[in-house]
Design a protein around this ligand. Structure first.
Ligand code: ADP
Ligand code: MG
Ligand code: ZN
Length: 476
């Protein structure tokens, strides 16, 4: 009877070498406040200069989501004081952002593809960090001035599943575009979730609550589900107007609850005004050309994998969900193995084993080259599929990766040599003359018996496909 409405604001830290308005490094620094200069410390007289690399990366995102990339945009000051923000304002883009009106397609709850609007994506400078140690608070400004791209979605998602799928697609996209590391634990992909509910059929939106800075997909899901339930309960108890109001809440990960943090400011509260130190941001032809250099994206890969490589759509989607996984798969193909075999061995066998060990594909002890060698050994009949699984287990357990040596060591080498197999076949047939006669007079069921005898005599090492072929020949 209720409908959930969700809109997401995601802060993506751009992976530029230097900060947004000065030449300080964005890389990790051991010493606090060492990646700083008069500009990002906001010393009097220091002036900002826009980082072209950050602008190009923002534009690249815009093109990738079919957005309008504004040739002229502006920077504005959002005024508020916070100890980790020495300017007492944040430089951001309110009135005219660089990226407007984009779209991202997600899997909707009804199983069909769903379009989510990207209202805008704007550039802004990050704040520093406050650290509290007992009665002392310290400020580290190494992060102050780092470029962020804030990506604002429309209120288009209707469930935690849809919100999660949007986030995962966005996360994957910015990594494919190589504009951000998007590491949630380290804070380079931060998400604010706006949630409201309304009775089904009601046109107006309900009151939205903003839950700030959730740092894992799992917590996003939990926070939304808790918040939806809280709002619905308030509605049903007739206290919606008292308990649901426009505010900022925090998600308590230990309790699995959202908690009120502060009333939500209106944009008027921030006294936004155009930054007088920065001229309009005008992009050049050269920047447009650089931004349009977009690598192959997941959607295009899925299309190529299903149409050209004939993979199942599901498999193609699993592989492309993570850039590193797609990279691994493509390296696997370089061994010359069949795409379908490569996909099966990557998804069912390798990922299955990695999951059990809680390892990511980037941490896989078995490289794509080694897995490729193994799959090639199945394809050329050196080892059976079952034998190859033992080889894979052995590699992971013992951290040795010489495919041939392991096949040898485990005695898994299949006999595919015609002569050797024929010798066994002839012996079996000679020892079972009565059965051969029965077979020839129509008792075809006996074929399985002969296969079994040959496999047994070879102690399982004969290539079953070869055995079948050669037996048929001999018996015809
Ligand atoms: P602000 O700048 O105050 O954060 P915005 O208008 O930029 O507000 O909206 C922020 C986010 O809130 C957007 O992602 C938008 O989709 C979402 N949003 C707006 N209205 C609602 C609503 N009623 N329910 C859920 N989300 C909403
Ligand atoms: Mg906002
Ligand atoms: Zn600086």
């Amino acid at each position: 009877m209720f409908e959930t409405v969700i809109g997401l604001e995601v802060h993506v830290q751009l992976n530029t070498k230097t900060k947004l308005f000065c030449s300080c490094a964005t890389s990790f620094a051991e010493r606090q406040n060492s990646n700083t200069c008069p500009t990002c410390l906001a010393l009097p007289g220091a002036l900002p200069v826009v980082n072209k690399e950050a602008v190009i990366k923002a534009m690249r995102f815009g093109y990738a989501v079919n957005a309008d990339v504004n040739e002229t945009s502006h920077f504005d000051r959002k005024s508020y004081f916070y100890p980790d923000s020495p300017m007492a304002y944040q430089i951001t883009q309110l009135y005219r952002a660089i990226v407007k009106n984009g779209e991202l397609f997600i899997n909707g709850d009804d199983g069909s593809e769903k379009r989510v609007t990207i209202i805008q994506a704007h550039l802004e400078a990050d704040a520093g960090k406050s650290m509290h140690e007992g009665s002392i608070s310290k400020v580290d400004l190494n992060r102050a001035g780092t470029p962020l791209l804030e990506i604002v979605s429309g209120p288009d998602m209707c469930s935690s599943d849809e919100a999660l799928d949007y986030l995962k697609k966005l996360h994957s996209l910015v990594r494919y575009l190589n504009i951000s590391d998007a590491n949630m634990q380290e804070g380079s992909f931060r998400c604010d979730v706006n949630v409201s509910i309304r009775p089904k059929g009601q046109k107006e939106y309900g009151t939205r609550v903003e839950i700030k800075n959730i740092n894992s997909f799992k917590f996003v899901k939990q926070a939304i589900e808790y918040e939806v339930e809280r709002q619905i309960e308030a509605y049903e108890d007739g206290v919606y107007d008292d308990e649901v109001w426009q505010e900022t809440r925090l998600f308590d990960t230990a309790k699995g609850e959202t908690k009120s943090m502060r009333g939500k400011e209106d944009s008027a509260d921030y006294r936004y005004f155009p930054d007088p130190d920065l001229r309009p941001l005008i992009v050049t032809e050269e920047m447009i050309a650089a931004a349009k250099e977009i690598p192959e994206l997941p959607e295009q890969k899925v299309k190529r994998y299903t149409e050209e490589l004939k993979l199942k759509k599901y498999d193609a989607e699993v592989i492309t969900a993570q850039k590193e996984l797609a990279d691994y798969f493509e390296e696997l193909l370089e061994s010359g193995v069949e795409a379908k075999n490569a996909a099966t061995w990557l998804i069912n066998e390798l990922l299955g084993r990695l999951n059990k060990l809680s390892l990511d594909i980037t941490e896989s002890p078995v490289t794509a080259k080694v897995l490729g060698e193994l799959v090639a050994k199945i394809e050329d009949g050196t080892v059976s599929g079952k034998g190859a699984k033992d080889v894979l287990d052995y590699m992971i357990e013992n951290e040795v990766f010489d495919v041939d040596a392991i096949i040898e060591e485990l005695g898994l080498k299949q006999v595919s040599d015609d002569g050797a197999i024929l010798a066994i076949i002839d012996e079996i047939l000679a020892n079972n003359e009565d059965k051969v006669t029965e077979y020839k007079s129509g008792k075809e069921k006996l074929f399985g018996f002969f296969v079994g005898q040959v496999m047994k005599a070879s102690r399982g090492s004969a290539n079953p496909q070869k055995v079948n072929e050669l037996l048929k020949q001999r018996l015809s």
